[in-house]
Design a protein around this ligand. Structure first.
Ligand SMILES: Cc1cc2nc3c(=O)[nH]c(=O)nc-3n(C[C@H](O)[C@H](O)[C@H](O)COP(=O)(O)OP(=O)(O)OC[C@H]3O[C@@H](n4cnc5c(N)ncnc54)[C@H](O)[C@@H]3O)c2cc1C
Length: 414
């Protein structure tokens, strides 16, 4: 069993990632854990961290089939915002955003949180109405957003073309305290903090079965052997349906590939995040200078972690109208991740039909921003059997018709 320093975590990730060293395997630990978390992405690691920090539950193992942060957490475009429409969403996303503000100090690990501001462009009359409504809802929820004019958009983003021939910019929903953070650092920071609390992070350990005594969970089967636990938290994003199947129930989740790309690095030219949902593309500039561009999700279910040329072409073609200067850029690389989509585009943080088994999934295209709030809520749910932040997000809401419709805020955007 291995404990990790931050450096070792980065090195192990890099080794696996580059194939520099053959993946190592360690036998499953012969002990019983108070809790096992499946999935060492941001949400799984944050869940383990708050189990220890907030509830004193430190006899915890985090099992990861690949390397930590190697799923969507290390593949996303890092946009952080909390300007959602419905009250339960605003509560959990704003909790997460506020935790991001102090995360570097809390974890003693620089996650490079950059509250540079996020704007969502309104390029149709419908979007104006939708975003004005969201701005009013946010005012009631205590989330600081405003609807700004095209002129203000141009002041904030000089490289934008607000007079596009098909879709001129008619305004924007602006959240000045939204922004970005370094995605790997979020995973590594939580992982080091978990390791410091004595938790076991076991990479290259795929869960292949859920063990039960009657209807109660007692452990998991893994590629490294069986491991016993009292409570099981499943936090595996695009593979949630697979894990639910192992436990004998179904989830209202579809898994699809979502992709992104970055350009060659250029001098600083844009210091806010811009999302353009009508033309469907969004862009920010990384600290290295690359333009980070988010594209669309595949229109069919699949488990591929790859990009595809037709999406890149569509995304770049759409963005060129709004940002003509990017037509001169060379694209550097592209990738994809498997995202887990629910029908109402809101997450599931829930008990399950199996006693002492909990599930956290359905963050779809926009869960990076939610990592600390989600981990906070999931840990509380696992420790105390209830969490005010998670109350509305049960998996049974779909049967009860209690949808939390965020299709405008989160349908295709991040
Ligand atoms: C291209 C792209 C862009 C995105 N952009 C944004 C954005 O700008 N802002 C935003 O908020 N969100 C964004 N997202 C969404 C965000 O990345 C995800 O919602 C979030 O990272 C999910 O985190 P997670 O910890 O739940 O999942 P993951 O990071 O995917 O972690 C799940 C882990 O579970 C592991 N696992 C799966 N099955 C098993 C098993 N059987 N046994 C053991 N381990 C297993 C996987 O290997 C994986 O490491 C984007 C996603 C993609 C793909």
């Amino acid at each position: 069993m291995r404990r990790y320093s931050a450096f070792a975590i980065a090195r192990e990730g890099a080794r696996y990632h580059t194939g520099w060293e053959r993946a190592w395997k360690s036998p499953a630990p012969k002990k019983r854990y108070d809790a096992i978390i499946v999935g060492a992405g941001g949400h799984g690691l944050a869940t383990a961290y708050y189990l220890g920090k907030n509830h004193g539950i430190k006899n915890v193992a985090i099992l990861e089939k690949g390397w930590l942060g190697g799923g969507n957490t290390g593949r996303n475009t890092t946009i952080i915002r909390s300007n959602y429409l419905q009250d339960p969403s605003a509560a959990i996303y704003e909790k997460a955003r506020s935790l991001y503000e102090t995360m570097s100090q809390d974890l003693n690990y620089n996650v490079m949180f950059s509250p540079r501001g996020v704007m969502m462009l309104a390029q149709t009359e419908h979007e104006i109405r939708g975003y004005e409504r969201t701005a009013h809802a946010n005012a009631l929820q205590g989330v600081a957003t405003e609807f700004i004019s095209p002129q203000r958009v141009k002041e904030l983003v000089p490289i934008i073309n607000i007079h596009g021939p098909r879709y001129p910019v008619l305004g924007a929903l602006w959240q000045p305290r939204g922004g970005t953070a370094r995605h790997d650092a979020v995973a590594w920071g939580y992982a080091r903090a978990c390791s410091d609390m004595g938790m076991d992070i076991i990479q290259q350990c795929e869960v292949t079965g859920v063990r039960r005594d009657g209807n109660k969970v007692i452990g998991v089967d893994t590629t490294n052997g069986t491991i016993d636990c009292d409570k099981l938290g499943v936090v595996v994003a695009g593979h949630s349906g697979v894990l639910a199947d192992m436990a004998g129930f179904r989830l209202p989740i579809e898994s699809v590939a979502l992709q992104a790309l970055v350009s060659e690095p250029i001098k600083p030219c844009m210091d806010v995040v811009v999302m353009a949902n009508t033309v469907h593309g969004y862009m920010s500039q990384s600290d290295k200078g690359e333009m980070v561009i988010g594209g669309g999700a595949d229109g069919y279910n699949n488990y591929t972690q790859r990009g595809s040329f037709h999406h890149i072409e569509e995304t770049v073609r759409a963005l060129v109208e709004t940002f003509p200067m990017i037509s001169r850029l060379k694209m550097l690389r592209q990738w994809g991740g498997i995202v887990d989509m629910t029908g109402d585009r809101s997450p599931i943080i829930s008990r399950t039909p199996v006693e002492n088994m909990f599930i956290n999934c359905g963050w779809g295209t926009g869960g990076f921003k939610a990592i600390p709030g989600s981990g906070w809520a999931m840990a509380e749910l696992m420790a105390k059997a209830a969490s005010p932040l998670a109350d509305e997000f049960t998996m049974w809401r779909f049967g009860e018709g209690k949808f939390i419709d965020e299709s405008v805020a989160a349908g295709v955007a991040h």
